[in-house]
Design a protein around this ligand. Structure first.
Ligand code: NPW
Ligand code: K
Length: 467
């Protein structure tokens, strides 16, 4: 802002916002459309009023509801009125919304804290109650969500689209806030050279392709890494089969399975290439361990033996019940919200409401990377770095998909990826596999997801050149 004439950044933002509205949302390009602007007292309201003014100049009928008329953005309001826009009282907002084609939510942006209050909360409620047939477009963020955490501390807008400026925000990546954003459109306003290191990142295909281990020409099975899998039980033999399957698709040169004979027999029937032995001590050398999927009770000694090896470890599911107080070496924990709640001794609903907070807290406490599975998978490292997975899909909410993920990520650990990279790459590929499986199977099983992994890895590798 210091380097540009006053208002220049806002005009860039507004131009992007209007372009999205006229090209992507309003079929008429704006002419004749009925637009309602909900404007708060800050610059977020300024953006919305300026956008309303530009749409009015294109022939839209624009009404504005001002939350705080004395403090409304002065230049924005002047421009809005000069373009023929009409200010309506909060009491008449319901009527205006009922006839709207487009609602611009400019009540609160990145300056908002603590959920909506008063009239703002009442307007959000009208929108939630379906009192408009128009598209609800959030300016920068759905008003009322917490910008930096993805939490929804109180009433907030639920939008069909969000047009966001300058850079992504945690609220647009992490549920429950992200679920309120609808389709997210990014508008570049030239901030990139001035932004600090991001607090969290979202990988894309090219990032993931660059991180995937590349089996070079000289690689043999040992140099590609050997992963040990301590998973499954007489009660849950399928977990072992799925975890070993995931591990076989993560680039490791060999998979060693440690578990009871009856389970090992099932594993070898499905995956003849896996080596098996009864316990972590006897199965042979590995470069990383995947521990826990379907392990059941009473295997604490095996878990301790695997942890005692001092190798990079992934701990999932039942293994999470035998954690040391703190890890000294590379470690990746993969709880779902219920498991993380148990670890931190809080309610599951609290973890789901504050995913970033709780993943970070556990990462600090155990000195381990924590991959919190769920609607938006968050991967938090003890040094504060965070990655949020963008490929999640409800198709992965099926029994056994976590076992596949654990095997896959453990295999990447054996391939010498750091726990942060192994967790975020595995989550990304696993999400893509879930989407592909859903496209062909409708309601895919964990086996369907596993079966799509080779095609996902192949297509990501193709992205290296493209990226
Ligand atoms: N940064 C940039 O480069 C650019 C930023 N741009 C835009 O500016 C936006 C940020 O603007 P901002 O900083 O003025 O804050 P904003 O979100 O409008 O809210 C502040 C107002 O809300 C009020 N308020 C607070 N909490 C509340 C609550 N719970 N419930 C109700 N009211 C509450 C608070 O009132 P107060 O509490 O101070 O009385 C204050 O009046 C950003 O999101 C983007 O849209 C673009 O133009 C491009 C360039
Ligand atoms: K907003």
């Amino acid at each position: 802002m210091a380097r540009l004439p006053p208002g220049a950044l806002m005009q860039r933002a507004v131009a992007g916002l209007v372009t999205v509205c006229t090209r992507r949302i309003l079929r008429s390009g704006g002419y004749g459309a009925r637009v309602v602007v909900l404007a708060g007292a800050g610059n977020n309201g300024g953006d919305a009023l300026w956008a309303g003014a530009r749409l009015a100049r294109r022939g839209a009928h624009a009404d504005a509801v001002l939350l705080n008329p004395e403090k409304a953005h002065a230049e924005g309001l002047t421009a809005f009125r000069a373009a023929g826009g009409r200010v309506v009282a909060v009491a008449d907002a319901g009527e205006a919304l009922a006839g709207a084609d487009l609602v611009l939510d400019g009540m609160l942006g990145i300056g908002g804290r603590g959920g909506l209050r008063g009239d703002a909360a009442a307007l959000a409620e009208l929108l939630a109650a379906g009192r408009t047939a128009g598209a609800v477009v959030a300016v920068d963020l759905p008003s009322g969500v917490d910008p930096d955490t993805g939490e929804t501390p109180g009433p907030h807008v639920v939008a069909d689209h969000t047009v966001t400026f300058g850079t992504g925000k945690a609220a647009l990546a992490i549920d429950p806030a992200a679920a309120a954003a609808g389709v997210v459109h990014h508008v570049d306003i030239g901030l990139a050279p001035y932004l600090p290191e991001p607090a969290l990142t979202v990988l894309d295909d090219a990032d993931v392709a660059a991180l995937l281990p590349d089996p070079g020409r000289e690689s043999d099975k040992y140099s590609r890494g050997v992963v040990g899998v301590l998973a499954g039980s007489a009660q849950f033999p399928g977990a072992a089969v799925l975890a070993v399957g995931g591990a076989l698709h993560g680039g490791a040169g060999m998979v060693r399975y440690a578990g009871p004979d009856a389970v090992a027999t099932e594993v070898r029937q499905r995956w003849p290439e896996a080596i098996a032995g009864p316990s972590p001590d006897t199965v042979g050398r590995v470069q990383a361990w995947t521990i826990g999927s379907g392990l059941g009770d009473g295997r604490g000694a095996d878990v301790e033996a695997a942890l005692a090896a001092g190798l990079p470890v992934l701990v999932d599911a039942d293994g999470l019940r035998s954690l040391p107080s703190r890890f000294d070496g590379p470690a990746l924990l993969t709880p779902h919200a219920g498991e993380l709640a148990r670890l931190l001794d809080v309610e599951r609903a609290e973890v789901e409401a504050r995913r970033l907070h709780h993943a970070r807290e556990a990462a600090q406490r155990w000195n381990a990377v924590v991959l919190l599975k769920g609607s938006t998978t968050v991967v938090a490292a003890p040094d504060g770095r965070v990655r949020v997975n963008p490929t999640g899909t409800s198709a992965l909410a099926a029994a056994g998909t976590g076992d596949v993920l654990a095997g896959l990520a453990g295999s990447l650990l054996a391939g010498r990826l750091s726990p942060l990279d192994a967790g975020s790459v595995a989550a990304y590929a696993h999400g893509l596999a879930g989407r592909r499986a859903a496209a062909s199977a409708g309601y895919p099983s964990a086996g369907d997801v596993l079966a799509e992994l080779p095609a996902v890895v192949r297509s990501l590798r193709g992205a290296v050149g493209a990226g």
